[in-house]
Structures are given as structure tokens and as C-alpha cells.
Design a protein around this ligand. Structure first.
Ligand SMILES: [Zn+2]
Length: 422
């Protein structure tokens, strides 16, 4: 090497070394405008503040003394705040516009995924929006989606699909097959097999055509697994693209799944697998993880599933935070798309109040009935989403931005985009 070139190289490496030190210093200090290599967004579907409180009460063994020092993994994150969730056309959002707001920074109408508010649900397409996942792909980052619902369900779909109707899950599955997302884990096989496929006894195709979409993934070189045993045999360090679909429709609730680990992995195990696979990309990755069935338990007014799935989601948060502790250039954000159930942590009566007991109930989806001498609420059907603000917690580079007063869900997109410099 000529000596002038050598000294130029030396100078350059000294410069690079010092700029690395400067960046590292910013990351470890206040963290202002620090950039992140990886972003993990975790969405507890239907997980409002009361769902978190109740999970904590359960974790403490319903013991008031222990409760004071009981912490969920998400409670220990560095910054926290709250988020308003209304959609373009309703105070009460559903998961489709909520996911779209988080994924694209734009409000849209209930039922619409990845399109702006000019879309008329089930009638007319709007303008397609660009998602944070698509921006990350363009910048060369790896991407992943992990959920306990069908992978074609509204929350994960908000990150890759563009449809005027969240129920068009055949179309959404087709769009997933074209999305080039590297790690795809969840339920929903029924939209990936054709009517005459006999590969999965007991699972019937719900597709509007006869296509076997699984074949597309096989052609593109995905490793495909369909049960917990096969999932456990995957070596994340040697796998580039992974498709895991573990149920015809949604995956099991955690309380049911625990007895069948050979059938379905846990949300925490899927999160760990995703970070192992995606972190091999030296440019970084974007990962969305959804605890999707907290919402379903809320709709069904099922307290035990609501609590257990919130705790399983928290285990997944812990797995993501473990990764972030080893890789401190990772921004982890935990939030919800909306509250579900109108969960009230109330004493049933004055005596319970004095005895320190609570009798939680899902108060939404109820109607006021009045008559001569009575006035009470009756459940009219399933519990519903509500308009209340939801929690947001974050740690890692850029995380301080979640604690600057009330956030709108569209701002979560901006926080992620800025952190990744996209
Ligand atoms: Zn819901």
C-alpha cells in the first residue's frame, strides 16, 4: 500500500472510531435524536390500562402487600405515556385503522387497512399508504411479523396490506405472499390453502379461489413450519426466511396453548425466534409483535383469558427487552391499538370496598334499562372496543419521545421512522 493512501486510511479509521464513540455516547446519555438500528413494536390488542392493572394483580397472587412491588416487564421500561386512538370516522376505532395509523402515520376509516380515509369500507379503495415495514425494507432492513391471531387479521395486515375491507383475508394473504417479509409467525392457515388441499386435516380453506398460497412461499425459499415441534427444530442462526402458521384460524389462548406446546409455540418463543433470525442483517430490522387475543377475551368477557394472554404478551415483551439489553441500539415500543371490553376494576358493593376486594367486569356492550323502581345495565351482546386512551412504554434510542404529553397513534409511526432514519 502506498504510504499516502495508508495514512489516509489511518485517518479515516481514526475518524470512524471517534464518530462511533460519539454516537455511542449519545445513545448512553440523554438519547436525544439517537438513531436505532432495530425497532420492535409490540401491540397488545385491546390492552388498556385496566388490563395491565389486572394482570399485575393476578401476578401478585391478588395480594395487596405483594402488589405494591409487582412489576410487569413492560412496567420497567424507561419511558411511558399515553395515546389517543380515534379513527378518521369514529371515536371508537377497530384494529384496522389503528394498525394503519401506527404503521403509516395516517388516520383512516374503521375497517380499512393501509389506505387513506378516501377509502369507503367494502365499497371503494382509497389511496395506498406506505408502511413503516415497507420503508424499512426499502432501506435494506429485515422485517418480521409475529401474532397470536390469523396473520391476515387487521393488526399484522396493517403493516403489509392495502385493502378497503379488513375481511378480504384471501386478498390480504395474497398481498402477504408478495410482501417479502422475512419472518411470518401466527395463525390463519385457512387463507393459505386451497379448497382441495388435504395437507391439513380438519382445516378447511376459507379462500375465495382455489389457490394454494403456501406454494408461493415455498418457491421463494421460505422454511415453513406448521406446529410447535417443527418450530422448535428451526435453527434461527441458519434461517433467512421463516413462515410459521400454527392454526387454521387464530392461535390458541395461552391457557389452552400451555397444554399443547408441541402444537403451538408461545408468543415469547416466536418473538425470540424472530429476533434471532432478523438480527443477522447488519443493517438492522423492523419487527411487529402482537398479543392479539387479549382483545378476543375482552369481547367474550372472559377475565381469565384476558389476564393470561396479557401476561403471555408481557413474556414476549420480556423476550424483546432481553434482546435489546444485548443490542442497545434497539428501540422497543409497547402499546395497544385500543382498549377492549370497558374493563372496570370495581368492588361489587360497599362491603367489598371495605374488605378490599375487586370484582372486575367488562362494562362495554351494555345498555341502560330503566323502569318503575329499577335502573340497571344489561349486556346486549359481546363487549366492545372503547374510546379511552391506551398506554405506551418504550426503551432504547428515541424512546424519550413517547413521554412528551399526549400522543396520537399516528405519531408512533413518526417516532419509529425517525429512530430508523427512514
Ligand atoms: Zn376487537
Amino acid at each position: 500500500m502506498d504510504s499516502r493512501l495508508f495514512s489516509a486510511c489511518l485517518l479515516l479509521s481514526v475518524f470512524l472510531a471517534s464518530s462511533t464513540i460519539a454516537l455511542g455516547g449519545a445513545d448512553n446519555g440523554a438519547g436525544d435524536n439517537a438513531s436505532a438500528k432495530n425497532v420492535i413494536i409490540m401491540i397488545g390488542d385491546g390492552m388498556g390500562f385496566p388490563q395491565m392493572t389486572l394482570a399485575r394483580i393476578e401476578m401478585s397472587g391478588e395480594n395487596l402487600t405483594r402488589y405494591a412491588s409487582t412489576e410487569l416487564a413492560m412496567d420497567g421500561m424507561k419511558h411511558s405515556g399515553y395515546v389517543s386512538t380515534q379513527s378518521a370516522n369514529s371515536f371508537v376505532t377497530d384494529s384496522a385503522p389503528a394498525a394503519t395509523a401506527i404503521a403509516t402515520g395516517v388516520k383512516t376509516n374503521n375497517g380499512v387497512i393501509g389506505q387513506d380515509a378516501s377509502a369507503i369500507p367494502k365499497v371503494k379503495d382509497g389511496k395506498n399508504l406506505t408502511t413503516i415495514l415497507e420503508l424499512a425494507q426499502k432501506a435494506g432492513l429485515s422485517t418480521g411479523l409475529v401474532t397470536t391471531t390469523r396473520i391476515t387479521h387487521a393488526t399484522p395486515a396493517g403493516f403489509y396490506a392495502h385493502v378497503d375491507n379488513r375481511d378480504n383475508e384471501s386478498e390480504i394473504a395474497d398481498q402477504l405472499a408478495q410482501s417479502n417479509v422475512d419472518v411470518i409467525l401466527g395463525g390463519g392457515l385457512q387463507y393459505f390453502i386451497g379448497k382441495n388441499d388435504t395437507l391439513f386435516p380438519g382445516i378447511e380453506s376459507r379462500r375465495t379461489d382455489n389457490r394454494t398460497v403456501l406454494a408461493d412461499f415455498a418457491r421463494m425459499g421460505y422454511v415453513s413450519v406448521f406446529n410447535g415441534t417443527a418450530f422448535n427444530s428451526v435453527d434461527g442462526n441458519k434461517t433467512e426466511k421463516l413462515l410459521g402458521l400454527f392454526d387454521g384460524s387464530h392461535m390458541l389462548y395461552e391457557l389452552q396453548r400451555e397444554s399443547f406446546p408441541e402444537k403451538e409455540p408461545s408468543l415469547a418463543e416466536m418473538t425470540e425466534m424472530a429476533t434471532t433470525i432478523l438480527s443477522k442483517n447488519h443493517r438492522g430490522f423492523f419487527l411487529m409483535v402482537e398479543g392479539g387475543r387479549i382483545d378476543h377475551a375482552g369481547h367474550e368477557r372472559n377475565l381469565s383469558h384476558n389476564v393470561a394472554d396479557t401476561l403471555a404478551f408481557d413474556d414476549a415483551v420480556n423476550s424483546a427487552l432481553d434482546f435489546a439489553r444485548q443490542n442497545n441500539d434497539t428501540l422497543v415500543i409497547v402499546t395497544a391499538d385500543h382498549e377492549c371490553g370497558g374493563l372496570v376494576l370495581q368492588p361489587e358493593n360497599l362491603q367489598d370496598y371495605e374488605d378490599g376486594l375487586i370484582d372486575p367486569l367488562f362494562a362495554s356492550g351494555t345498555a341502560h334499562v330503566t323502569g318503575p323502581g329499577y335502573d340497571f345495565m344489561v349486556a346486549t351482546g359481546e363487549a366492545t372496543h372503547t374510546a379511552v386512551d391506551v398506554p405506551i412504554m418504550a426503551s432504547g434510542p428515541g424512546s424519550e419521545l413517547v413521554s412528551e404529553g399526549r400522543l396520537d397513534n399516528t405519531q408512533i409511526f413518526e417516532i419509529m421512522r425517525e429512530a430508523l432514519n427512514l
